[in-house]
Write a protein of this length. Structure first.
Length: 313
């Protein structure tokens, strides 16, 4: 994008080397606010994040997109683990790295997360006061309520596979298994086949798998215990006084809007809610929704991270 400098970078997260992409104004002068962007579930940073990061950079911010450990171009074994606690730590460590970069104002940091990371950022913002503004887009606030809506036999089969995986690992007494030794389950799959989310979003996952070689439509079964126990909405009341923007899809079938709206209403001021008529994946692919969401995030960060000039109202 004209006017934006893009660099591939690396940062350390608890001893694991993680990949990132840094977006900044090409003609940057002086210190600018910095924003870390995290993608959803097992997604990688090349999927849709650049559109938002470029827009933030064009508006005078420094934006860092990341791959969580075990995913994408980041390191860590076994591959395709989705561990919420580790992903939240990666976001915090990315903030630390970004704050240390020349030209970044360490006291003006923002955090943006979409889908699964839309829940992560609520938790991180509540616990890390370095975050001065947080944007939560179509947030996924717990997998269990979603699985409760799946057919009972599919849900029970998935839970049984989690127990079987744990038993097998204990039986073999292997604490450091290779990636291939960890059984994986698909995120989406045709109806009747084992997966976490069923057929909803299958076309989206398959298209992205074809377009992005580092993205895979699967996670380790051993990840499921932590994923099912993750409840980031419980931190909503503790985000204030950090400003919160939440972007919610009214017809979201992947991350239902009701838990997100309930979390938003429990959060304190200052806060802003943006809703749109559409489904979960529309925020990535429908041009008018992308425009709405990225524009709202840009304006929100500029409002809360950019100092008001002396003498301005």
């Amino acid at each position: 994008m004209t006017g934006v400098r893009v660099d591939q970078v690396w940062f350390d997260s608890e001893g694991v080397r993680c990949a990132g992409t840094l977006f900044r104004p090409a003609d940057q002068a002086g210190e600018l606010p910095g924003v870390v962007l995290g993608n959803g579930f097992a997604s990688v940073r090349q999927m849709y994040l650049p559109a938002c990061a470029e827009r933030l950079a064009a508006a005078g911010l420094v934006a860092l997109t990341i791959d969580y450990r075990y995913l994408g171009e980041s390191e860590g074994l076994p591959r395709q683990q989705v561990l919420p606690s580790a992903q939240c730590a990666d976001l915090r460590n990315a903030l630390t790295w970004l704050a240390a970069q020349p030209g970044v104002a360490a006291d003006r940091l923002g955090l943006w997360g979409t889908s699964f990371a839309g829940g992560h950022v609520l938790q991180v913002a509540a616990l890390d006061r370095r975050v001065r503004a947080v944007v939560s887009q179509v947030p996924g606030l717990g997998l269990w309520p979603y699985l409760r809506q799946r057919p009972a036999d599919e849900r029970e089969a998935l839970l049984a596979s989690l127990v079987a995986e744990r038993d097998e690992r204990l039986r073999r007494h292997e604490q450091d298994l290779t990636a291939d030794a960890h059984r994986r389950v698909r995120i989406t799959a045709p109806e009747g086949e084992e997966s976490l989310l069923g057929a909803g979003g299958l076309d989206w996952h398959l298209r992205n798998e074809a377009a992005h070689p580092t993205f895979h439509n699967e996670i380790t079964v051993s990840s499921l215990a932590q994923v099912l126990e993750h409840q980031p909405a419980s931190f909503a009341e503790d985000i204030a006084p950090t400003p919160l923007l939440m972007i919610v899809a009214n017809q979201d079938r992947t991350a239902p809007p009701e838990p997100a709206l309930a979390a938003f209403h429990r959060a304190g001021q200052p806060k802003r809610l943006v809703t749109f008529d559409g489904d979960h994946y529309d925020v990535y692919e429908r041009p008018e929704i992308v425009e709405l969401a990225t524009g709202a995030a840009r304006d929100f960060f500029r409002t809360h991270l950019t100092p008001t000039p002396r003498g301005a109202a």
